[in-house]
Design a protein. Structure first.
Length: 397
């Protein structure tokens, strides 16, 4: 049966994903079961999507409640689920207006359109982005990135975008001038290896913005929805963005993105200049509201404490295996082990032990688990990770 399904997958679906050898039967909480009944502890969480775990009862209840009202009526109508979620997002970010989309990639393109339009109105025509960044796979998103795997033989891409070194204040200062319309960045680069922006870089960016008046645009697709311990990762820094965008964890498992803008961009679009058929779907917005309402002060405090417990445990393993772990990177539940060897090898060993993790940037083992992991589940993972390192040392050439 499994081989049959894998065979059918290869025959009928474009081969764009390096699938793990698991056929999912069901998922609940922090666990995934395969069709053979094996249970896996999931520290990938749908790639930072399932912030409340799989099959969360509150999310399911709110989805069902909305389904019985209406599933889709188009954005020509006023819809309370959209408005209630927008109000919460504005309260949590301190920004001004929300545009709902279907995904992070779509929100990236929306942010780029805003930056171009605002730039044209202010006689500024260039956009700055950073090496190591990841913003999606549309043409707009790819134009902000430099990774050859995603771009080879697919150009030409959008002009007027300069992709420069991340965290290099000297290069940033040289790149920005009166013609700069916007700077696009991730405060923590997810796909790029869990690199964090430095305070010095942020200070330089703020100084340059005061001098040259450009938009600061922050991609919070992976790092938002309390993944780093705060609602958005930029809130750990002295940053006042003009645009942020969220997706992944926002919908609790349903497709949902949000582009959130500052007050000076309230009237950037005329009616009809931007839009979407399914963005802000009422069922997805109901799920998003359920996600946000589950994170009260007690839940946020618990996840912060448990995330710190995880990082401390990883640091102990770094001390135990200094020849194999260079650094623990990231923040909160957005962490990476910078290894001295290809991270896929450790990922596969952990998968054999029924632990799901992720490999990125060659040597980074990425952890973006559900935010509801218990201390006991974290301790179990740390024990299994220790075993995986011992197994790797035994089998390495």
């Amino acid at each position: 049966m499994i081989n049959s399904i894998r065979k059918r997958d290869k025959e009928h679906i474009l081969n764009t994903y390096a699938r793990l050898e698991i056929e999912v039967a069901r998922a609940e909480g922090c666990y995934v079961w395969d069709t053979s009944g094996n249970r896996y502890l999931d520290l990938l969480g749908g790639i930072a999507v399932n912030v409340l775990g799989h099959s969360n009862p509150k999310i399911i209840s709110e989805i069902e409640r909305q389904l019985h009202k209406y599933m889709h009526v188009s954005n020509f109508f006023y819809q309370e689920p959209q408005i209630k979620l927008a109000e919460k997002l504005i309260e949590l970010t301190g920004l001004s207006k929300v545009f709902f989309s279907n995904s992070g990639t779509e929100s990236t393109d929306g942010a780029l359109k805003i930056a171009r339009k605002w730039g044209a109105e202010n006689h500024k025509h260039r956009v700055i982005s950073f090496k190591g960044g990841f913003h999606g796979r549309s043409y707009g998103a790819l134009s902000l990135m430099e990774k050859p795997l995603y771009k080879d033989n697919m150009g030409p891409f959008l002009a007027g975008i300069d992709t420069i070194a991340y965290n290099d204040t000297s290069i940033l200062t040289q790149a920005i001038n009166d013609n700069t319309a916007a700077v696009f960045l991730e405060v923590i680069q997810g796909e790029g290896g869990l690199n964090m922006v430095s305070n010095e870089f942020v200070d330089t960016l703020n100084t340059l913005q005061k001098k040259y008046n450009f938009l600061i645009c922050i991609d919070e697709v992976q790092s938002g929805v309390w993944r780093t311990g705060k609602f958005c990762s930029y809130q750990h820094y002295n940053l006042k963005p003009d645009i942020i965008w969220l997706a992944k964890g926002l919908g609790g498992g349903l497709p949902l993105g949000a582009l959130i803008t500052s007050e000076r961009l309230d009237n950037i679009f005329l009616s009809g200049q931007h839009g979407t058929t399914f963005g802000g779907n009422p069922v997805s917005c109901a799920a998003g509201l359920a996600v946000i309402e589950e994170f009260d002060n007690a839940a946020i405090s618990t996840l912060q404490l448990n995330a710190e417990h995880l990082k401390n445990g990883l640091s102990k393993l770094k001390s135990k295996y200094p020849n194999y772990i260079n650094e623990i990177k990231g923040k909160g539940y957005m962490l990476g082990l910078d290894l001295t060897f290809e991270s896929k090898k450790l990922r596969d060993l952990l998968l054999d032990q029924r632990i799901i993790t992720n490999s990125t940037s060659g040597n980074i083992l990425r952890l973006v688990p559900p935010l509801i992991l218990t201390k006991a589940e974290l301790d179990y993972f740390l024990e299994e990770l220790d075993k995986a390192f011992m197994r790797y040392i035994e089998i390495m050439p």
